[in-house]
Design a binder for this molecule. Structure first.
Ligand code: BDR
Ligand code: CA
Length: 315
């Protein structure tokens, strides 16, 4: 564990897997200090992602977390959502109460800028779990923050696995490729959790039983969330269960040793409709384009699920 907890902002579009990523962070105060949660339109429209983030914090009993509403649409394209995966609410599966905790005042983008300016350079990590609209908008509005970001650890993209929303593109990058392009060109240190890794974080029946057997409201809700969205991936990939995409980001902050990747050049396709949002990852070093991201490729899945189950049991 880190000597002092790492300060992070979770930028998110919950989403069942976003929910698990948030729960893991909130369960890990010795490693992670959540300065706030900034919501963006993605899996479902913004009003629902804000609602879902509040539901998740209430489920965790952490009603003092600051939750901000952010951008309600991508920079230059119409919003594409993913109710076909996450259900009508974005958080289908468990039956959870409507949230009552407040939404923080102000815009998510301004919160991101303020936090980066208030804290010493290199001390705030951004953790995007959805389309990169809020992060790109902050970088456009306040270019000085790029140098102050400790790291951007994000879920998005895919190379060997291809895409999941089109043959070439992963959902988060596809929804706002322009934003992704801005982020990948920002010069900030970037760690990417692409489908190549997240498709190894599969919730098998035994792993989901372990969540349920925690026996708490959180454990049971997590089991019900993954059961809901595993249907989609089972049918599509014939895989054993749902991939826990977004928790790879928060797990990396706690146990980076569970992941393996390469520091390479990654560019975003923003022009071709056919391959829009593709992460063109120079895994084999066949260009002389400068490396701008650590692109993960492998995960020690058993260690990942052990960590997740142990931490969720604390809530
Ligand atoms: C990503 O898209 C969303 O549906 C998930 O929450 C995850 O962030 C996976 O492609
Ligand atoms: Ca997400």
């Amino acid at each position: 564990p880190a000597m002092t907890p790492r300060k992070i902002i979770i930028d998110t579009d919950p989403g069942q897997d976003d929910a698990v990523a948030i729960l893991l962070a909130l369960a890990s105060p010795e490693d992670i200090d959540v300065l706030g949660i900034t919501c963006v339109a993605g899996n479902v429209p913004l009003d629902l992602t804000v609602r879902n983030a509040r539901i998740v914090c209430e489920l965790a009993g952490k009603t003092d977390v600051k939750i901000f509403a952010g951008c309600d649409r991508p920079l230059g394209r119409a919003l594409v959502t993913a109710e076909h995966v996450h259900g009508k609410t974005g958080l289908d599966g468990p039956v959870l109460p409507e949230p009552t905790m407040p939404i923080a005042e102000g815009h998510a983008v301004d919160f991101i800028i303020d936090m980066l300016r208030e804290h010493a350079p290199g001390t705030v990590t951004l953790c995007p779990l959805g389309p990169l609209t809020n992060i790109a908008t902050a970088l456009q509005k306040a270019p000085d923050i790029a140098n102050r970001i400790a790291k951007i650890v994000l879920m998005g993209g895919g190379y060997f696995e291809g895409g999941n929303i089109t043959p070439a593109a992963e959902f988060n990058i596809y929804v706002d490729p322009q934003a992704a392009d801005i982020v990948f060109k920002s010069g900030a240190p970037i760690v990417v959790m692409p489908l190549d890794v997240t498709h190894k974080a599969l919730v098998t029946t035994a792993r989901n039983d372990a969540f349920r057997n925690i026996g708490s409201a959180v454990g049971i809700a997590v089991a019900q969330m993954t059961e809901f969205f595993e249907r989609f991936d089972k049918e599509k990939y014939g895989s054993e269960g749902a991939p826990l995409h977004d928790p790879c980001v928060t797990a990396y902050l706690i146990r980076p040793d569970l992941f393996k990747g390469r520091h390479i050049n990654v560019e975003i396709e923003t022009e071709s409709e056919l391959t829009m949002g593709m992460t063109v990852a120079d895994w084999w070093g066949v260009t002389d384009r400068a490396p701008n991201a650590t692109f993960m490729g492998d995960l020690e899945a058993d260690g990942f699920f052990t960590l997740l189950t142990e931490r969720l049991a604390r809530l």
